[in-house]
Design a binder for this molecule. Structure first.
Ligand code: SF4
Length: 353
C-alpha cells in the first residue's frame, strides 16, 4: 500500500521538535521540564551581549557560585563585581548589572518582573534582553530578536530589505511563528538554530527543521541574506597643503584645539571643513612665495569625508610674517613631530622624510 505523504509540520512545532533533539547543554539553561531560574537567565543574557558562549561559561559559573541569588549580587561591593567581570569588556554592562540587581532586590522584593515592559525598565536591559528573559524565564510569547535570529528569519522569508530597516518586519515574522505554548523553548530553539545550523557561512540546510519552507534555501541563495546595507558614499572635498621651506627647515603650525587634528603640529593647509577648488587654493597659502604644485596629490579618507589635497612646495626667500601658532621645524626632526597621517603622506611625497 502506498503511504500518504508525511504531513508537513507547522514551523513552530517543527522547531520545538528539533530543539528537543538538538538543544545545547548550557550552564544557565533549565533541564527539559524544569523551570528556568530568572536570575540565571538574566545574568547569562547580559554576559552574552557581545561575548561568545565559550567565554561566558566560566564567568557565569564564577558569578553564580560567588553570588547565588540576585540579593547576594546586589549586596556585593561594586568593585568586587567589576573585578570578577574583568576580561568580559564593556564595563558599563557590569555597572548596569549591579544597578539592576539592586533594583530587583530593593524594589521588586528580589523577584525579576515577568513582563517585557517591566523588564525593559531595569538598568542595562534592552528590547532583546527583555524579550529573551520574559520568554525563557517566564514562557511569555515574546520575540527575542538578535543578530542570529535576524539571519535565520531574513533567509527563511528571503527578506530583501537590509536587516536594520527590516527589524519591525523580522519581529512580526517571529511573532507569527510563535507556537501556542513553550515560548521559552521556541526562543532558545531559534537561538540554537542560528548558532549551530543557520550559520553565517555554509549553513547546514540539510539538518534544518525549516529547510522545506526556506525561501533562501529554495533559491540556493542562503548567504545573500541578511542583505547588507549599502554604505553611503562619503562627500568628496578638495584642498591643499603648503610646505614652506627655509634651508633645512619647514614651516609647521599648531592646529586649533577643536576640530580635525586638534592641537597637533601640521603643515599649513586650506580649511578641510569645505571644498576648496584648485583656483582658490593659493589664497590660503601662509605667505607669498613661488609655490610649485607637486604632480601627484595626496588622498585621505576621514570619518565624514574623502579629501584630495594638492601639495604645494615653496621656498621662503625672506622670513615671512608668522602667525602665533607657526614655527620652523628642522627637517631632520620632522619624523618625530607626530604629524597626522595626511601630513606624513605630504611630507613623504615632497621627499622630506
Ligand atoms: Fe537557514 Fe538553511 Fe534553515 Fe534556511 S534552510 S533557515 S538558510 S539553515
Amino acid at each position: 500500500m502506498i503511504k500518504p505523504p508525511a504531513k508537513r509540520r507547522k514551523p513552530g512545532p517543527a522547531l520545538l521538535a528539533w530543539y528537543d533533539a538538538n538543544r545545547r547543554d548550557l550552564p544557565w539553561r533549565a533541564q527539559p521540564g524544569e523551570r528556568a531560574d530568572p536570575y540565571a537567565v538574566w545574568l547569562s543574557e547580559i554576559m552574552l551581549q557581545q561575548t561568545t558562549v565559550v567565554t561566558v561559561k566560566g564567568y557565569f559559573e564564577n558569578f553564580l557560585s560567588r553570588w547565588p541569588t540576585v540579593e547576594a549580587l546586589a549586596a556585593a561591593p561594586l568593585e568586587e563585581v567589576l573585578a570578577a567581570w574583568a576580561g568580559l569588556g564593556y564595563y558599563a554592562r557590569a555597572r548596569n548589572l549591579h544597578a539592576c540587581a539592586r533594583k530587583v532586590a530593593n524594589e521588586h522584593g528580589g523577584a525579576f518582573p515577568d513582563s517585557e515592559a517591566a523588564l525593559l525598565a531595569l538598568p542595562g536591559v534592552g528590547p532583546y534582553t527583555a524579550a529573551a528573559v520574559a520568554s525563557i524565564a517566564f514562557d511569555k510569547p515574546c520575540a527575542a530578536v538578535d543578530g542570529n535570529v535576524e539571519r535565520v528569519i531574513t533567509r527563511l522569508y528571503a527578506i530583501e530589505t537590509p536587516a536594520r530597516q527590516a527589524k519591525p518586519l523580522i519581529r512580526e515574522k517571529v511573532e507569527a511563528l510563535l507556537p501556542p505554548a513553550r515560548a521559552g523553548d521556541f526562543a532558545q530553539g531559534l537561538m540554537d538554530l542560528g548558532a549551530t545550523v543557520c550559520t553565517p557561512r555554509a549553513p547546514n540546510c540539510g539538518a534544518c527543521p525549516w529547510g522545506a519552507d526556506c525561501a533562501a534555501f529554495a533559491a540556493r541563495a542562503q548567504e545573500a541574506y541578511p542583505v547588507k546595507e549599502k554604505k553611503a558614499e562619503k562627500p568628496k572635498r578638495r584642498g591643499a597643503i603648503f610646505i614652506l621651506r627655509r634651508g633645512e627647515e619647514t614651516l609647521l603650525s599648531r592646529r586649533p584645539e577643536k576640530g580635525l587634528f586638534g592641537g597637533m603640529s601640521a603643515f599649513p593647509a586650506t580649511p578641510f571643513t569645505q571644498d576648496v577648488a584648485p583656483e582658490e587654493q593659493l589664497d590660503h597659502a601662509p605667505c607669498k612665495a613661488e609655490w610649485r604644485a607637486l604632480p601627484e596629490p595626496v588622498a585621505h579618507v576621514f570619518t565624514h569625508f574623502a579629501l584630495t589635497a594638492t601639495v604645494f612646495v615653496g621656498q621662503a626667500k625672506e622670513a615671512p610674517p608668522l602667525g602665533a601658532n607657526c614655527r620652523w621645524a628642522a627637517r631632520r626632526n620632522l619624523d618625530r613631530e607626530g604629524l597626522p597621517t595626511l601630513m606624513r603622506k605630504a611630507a613623504l611625497l615632497a621627499g622630506l622624510i
